[in-house]
Design a protein around this ligand. Structure first.
Ligand code: HEM
Ligand SMILES: N[C@@H](CC(=O)c1ccccc1NC=O)C(=O)O
Length: 312
């Protein structure tokens, strides 16, 4: 058990940080200007900047970003938990962007583009799963030192994670409702809940390619959790009759099931890490804890792709 206390290095005077969320103007340069600058510096980097910041800091508001880490306790492990929580939110943001754009490409019938985007989404998912390697270093005793300070905060309230689940198709009006009183979050959350998912867009492409698909799989209440459909299973089964890399629907199916497996591994690592850290204690978010997480590990986003394998 880490009984030593953390020392928090004071790195930034937060009072002097521009706290606006607006992008800071940094202008643009082109290749000719860069060549001219390098010639004038003799190949050494630029080190003098007018004003009180520099373009690297301003491009991504780095001083603001690095002023947002404030553990609430003197438990040694809280800084690690805090930073990794923020890192995961950023990674979910990156993953969601790719999934959202893959769905847009599918909607436009651009299956090959969607597959390319989904390979990055898969890489993001691996990366997010790897973040448990760091979080795993938090011991049960170390977590206890700061857990009371989390109050009723819980990862289950992550709207960014909820967006990832929704774009993939795991809809839940009940879980979304945690955000209903947040005027800056709810409109996009409700739109995601009530819009077709990436999988719904894939099913529409099955239909567009001439595979018979039930009308109720093509137009339904999109806020309902997707339930497996025999016509969709039959359509995917037909796709697998032509398992060549040149068959875009075959490659899409394989890309989707690989992503589903990776998401499932992410959930599994969350579940086992949490088991190791809090055992069977209830969660801060009001759930039974590990028992609740165990049941979410069973979820598959693209059920027919799993189901048809039994019949191969
Ligand atoms: C390391 C210590 C952690 C523990 C002990 C823990 C524990 C739990 C528990 C018990 C739940 C069930 C809901 C509740 O009652 O709270 C939960 C849900 C959740 N946690 Fe964690 N968690 C940890 C870290 C994280 C991190 C770093 C993230 C990522 C940002 C995260 C994301 C989530 C999400 C997204 C859910 C909801 C799952 C779903 O809706 O399927 N957790 N966590
Ligand atoms: N549900 C967890 C706490 C938790 O997951 C959490 C709490 C506050 C802020 C972030 C959290 N999780 C993800 O980063 C627990 O029961 O201890």
């Amino acid at each position: 058990m880490p009984d030593y206390k953390p020392v928090f290095p004071d790195l930034i005077d937060a009072a002097q940080v521009v706290a606006s969320t607006a992008p800071r103007p940094i202008g643009k340069t082109d290749a000719a200007q860069r060549a001219e600058t390098a010639a004038s510096t003799g190949g050494d980097p630029l080190l003098e900047f007018a004003g009180r910041t520099n373009p690297y800091i301003d491009y991504q508001s780095i001083d603001l970003l690095l002023s947002l880490q404030h553990p609430r306790s003197d438990g040694y492990d809280e800084m690690c938990f805090f930073v990794m929580g923020q890192v995961k939110e950023l990674l979910f943001r990156g993953l969601h962007f790719e999934l959202y754009n893959a769905r847009e490409q599918l909607r436009q019938g651009e299956i090959v583009n969607a597959i390319e985007i989904l390979s990055r989404a898969s890489a993001f998912t691996d990366y997010i799963t790897g973040s448990w390697d760091v979080l795993q270093t938090i011991s049960a005793e170390g977590f206890n030192q700061f857990r009371d300070h989390l109050s009723t905060a819980s990862g289950q309230l992550s709207f960014m994670y909820r967006h990832v689940e929704f774009v993939l198709g795991n809809k839940s009006r009940r879980l979304a409702s945690a955000h209903k009183n947040l005027p800056h979050i709810w409109p996009a959350m409700e739109a995601a809940l009530t819009s077709p998912s990436l999988y719904d867009a894939a099913i529409a492409q099955l239909h567009a390619a001439g595979h018979p698909v039930d009308a109720r799989a093509l137009d339904r209440d999109w806020s309902e959790t997707y339930s497996p459909n025999a016509s969709v299973a039959a359509a995917w089964r037909q796709v697998y009759d032509d398992p060549r890399p040149e068959n875009p629907l075959y490659r899409l199916a394989e890309t989707l099931i690989a992503l589903d497996e990776k998401m499932s591994l992410y959930r599994w690592r969350h579940y086992t890490s949490v088991h190791k850290i809090i055992g069977y204690k209830p969660g801060t978010g009001g759930s039974a804890g590990v028992g609740w997480l165990r049941q979410v590990t069973e979820h598959r986003f693209f059920p027919e792709l799993w189901e048809i394998r039994t019949g191969f």
